[in-house]
Design a protein. Structure first.
Length: 256
């Protein structure tokens, strides 16, 4: 454990080449890009699986650190200097030993390239068994340091409602499995509708990901969802920022 924690703190280089693609998160209410999510890709844009299959318990600490560094460095280069657009970075809770120690390299990188800390969102996916106490410690520490927090793939993982009773992140991203085909599935509509009401009661901003059709989007708009992400708006762009389509009604689209 000591060797791994040292790698986490120091962010040692790892023998694993990768880069990032960016997918926009769109705010439908005001027609702007709210954030770009940084997504792992191979060095020539290969899918995330080609990289993640090489990550194991021996290198995931350093990998998690280097993902943060790469995302911030690329975003600083691609974003307009005065842009209010946020950057959403995925992190592995099981790759964080002590939050304040493991955040050091992130802070140093952001300061070096001039990327504001209050524009960074840290999101984690609840698709692996997690120590809830450890996750809560990470999220509370990140919030205290001024970062925004988000739960990804909500409704498809382990933590779920139990975590929300102890910590309310800024954003909860509803899993695409709940969104896909919602226009033709009354059960999904009921589940999503009540989940949205719950999140709003808790003061959490909902974000629906995996939106791929106008019909799905229309249901979400009817439910009052403002933040959306998915191929209908824009696919991830390798080492660049995609320009999402601007949806007007169900039959027209232009660019933002």
């Amino acid at each position: 454990m000591a060797r791994l924690c040292e790698g986490c703190r120091d962010g040692h280089e790892i023998d694993l080449s990768f880069s990032m693609a960016f997918q926009p998160i769109v705010d439908l209410d005001n027609g702007i890009v709210f954030a770009h999510e940084a997504l792992v890709r191979g060095p020539q844009g290969q899918g995330a699986a080609t990289v993640l299959c090489q990550v194991d318990q021996n290198n995931r600490y350093a990998f998690d650190q280097q993902c943060r560094v790469k995302a911030i460095q690329l975003a600083a280069r691609l974003y307009h200097r005065d842009s209010p657009t946020k950057l959403s970075i995925n992190f592995m809770p099981n790759a964080v030993y002590e939050p304040r120690a493991c955040i050091r390299l992130t802070l140093e990188t952001a300061m070096k390239v001039g990327f504001p800390l209050d524009r960074i969102i840290f999101e984690f996916t609840e698709n692996e068994q997690l120590d809830t106490k450890h996750v809560l410690h990470i999220l509370r520490t990140y919030r205290a340091m001024g970062f925004s927090t988000a739960i990804d793939d909500f409704g498809a993982g382990h933590a779920g409602l139990a975590l929300l009773t102890q910590f309310q992140p800024d954003i909860v991203k509803l899993d695409m499995g709940l969104v896909r085909g919602i226009d033709t599935d009354p059960v999904k509509r009921a589940v999503v509708k009540h989940t949205l009401n719950l999140l709003r009661d808790l003061g959490i901003t909902p974000l629906c990901e995996g939106v791929e059709t106008f019909a799905e989007l229309e249901v979400l708009r009817d439910f009052g969802v403002s933040l959306v992400q998915g191929y209908l708006l824009a696919k991830p762009a390798f080492e660049s920022l995609a320009t999402p389509v601007h949806i007007r009604g169900s039959a027209r689209a232009s660019t933002y």
